[in-house]
Ligand binder design. Structure first.
Ligand SMILES: [Zn+2]
Length: 44
């Protein structure tokens, strides 16, 4: 089940399945569309 997120940088709506990464700008910090939870992954 994919979740909807919004990119913290370009504000694009992003559907995430496996890779938590904005397909538009490559940013890795995405905000969950509903709720205040933030999913943040650190790049390695
Ligand atoms: Zn982005």
């Amino acid at each position: 089940m994919a979740s909807s997120y919004k990119c913290a940088r370009c504000k694009q709506k992003v559907e995430i399945d496996q890779n938590v990464r904005c397909p538009y700008c490559g940013h890795r910090i995405l905000f969950k569309e509903r709720g205040a939870a933030i999913k943040e992954l650190k790049a390695r």
